[in-house]
Design a protein around this ligand. Sequence first.
Ligand SMILES: Cc1cc2nc3c(=O)[nH]c(=O)nc-3n(C[C@H](O)[C@H](O)[C@H](O)COP(=O)(O)O)c2cc1C
Length: 403
Amino acid sequence: MFGKRVLLIVTGGIAAYKSALLTRLLVRSGAEVRVVMTEAAKRFVTPLTFEVLSGNPVADDLFAPHTEPEIEHIELSVWAERIVVAPATADFIAKSALGIADDLASTTIVSSRCPVYFAPAMNQAMWRSPTTKRNIETLKRDGRFVIEPGSGDLACGEEGPGRMAEPGEIVDVIESSFGRGELQGIRVLVTGGRTEEEIDPVRYISNRSSGKTAFAIAAEAKRRGAVVELIHGPVDVPPPDVDAAREVRSAAQMARAVKRAFPKADILIMAAAVADFTPERKSRGKMKRGEEVVSIRLKPTTDILASLNKSDKTKVVVGFALEDEESDRKAMEKLKTKGCDYLVFNRIGPDTGFSTDTNSVVIYGRRGRIASTPIVSKREIASVILDVLVKDKRIRQKSNERK
Ligand SMILES: Cc1cc2nc3c(=O)[nH]c(=O)nc-3n(C[C@H](O)[C@H](O)[C@H](O)COP(=O)(O)O)c2cc1C
């Protein structure tokens, strides 16, 4: 959600403590976050917490003396691209359903002009009450979105529906609301993770790729409406929920799987760290230790990208390169020799490259640099890569045709 402007309204329920994590996750996803709190919310969590987590002052007073020419609730509602009310109390839901505007939070809702999401949180009896039910229906009829609460142990000691959706779920809903449809009908093939090249039945040569970047890309493509197929090597984290996921082991298996899936794909994103070398011969039995020095001869593996039939020029191919040093010339050379449309270049470093949660990339197109990022989460990297792809003429055209 790089650069997206999200206004979080925190109202006075126990679940306000979860909104601290929600703020953190929104910021981590790249969004710019501002927070409004009701008076009751401030009894549960201090504004300082949200100020520190969002990096912005918390607004809470409709009548605060203002130095800016703009009136705060109007400025906030113009600024926001999405408003999330989390937790949304029974009281705030009722006020919003009626259009009551007696504090900064409720006045901002009445003056809002972007999609508004309510994440209710309350005791199960409050949630089941006919008034809350009616108010929720009214909000939905008015075009507001409700992120349904879950069921289970409630903070009040009772059990039942009313538990606020988890912060991660709320972020997913907001993220997909931004991306919906951009890749509708587009088939995206993503490769990820490492490969393992067997030396003998128990040993192999591999690398430190975790698969996190590819998984973030696959999840982001899915969020934007694509049909996503993932081919991945052995990984440390579970793959995201996509249309098809297939695990392979060696570079040769990866090459075969990609070759088979490529004809159906509109976009191929080769984020896998495929081994460049594989043992020339694999020992049938476990190699025994002796006194002698053992050498393993390595032969180059198939260069998957270079070996694909890229005669269909409507397909978009994205390669990845991991190098010690950044060089525009080298990156452009690689882009051309591999026949890619885009090349995502990342440098090896303590916070970048394999197995970290963060990375910093430069994206090249056929005419040179297109985008670059500072060190950010892999989720944000995925978002920047897909932002580039959705602007590609071929993809826009196909997506429009298939909508
Ligand atoms: C300890 C405590 C916990 C509360 N938890 C909730 C809650 O989870 N959901 C809710 O709707 N109201 C809850 N309330 C009631 C609200 O705080 C109260 O209705 C308040 O007026 C809401 O104000 P606001 O909607 O302006 O934030 C709680 C009150 C107390 C004292």
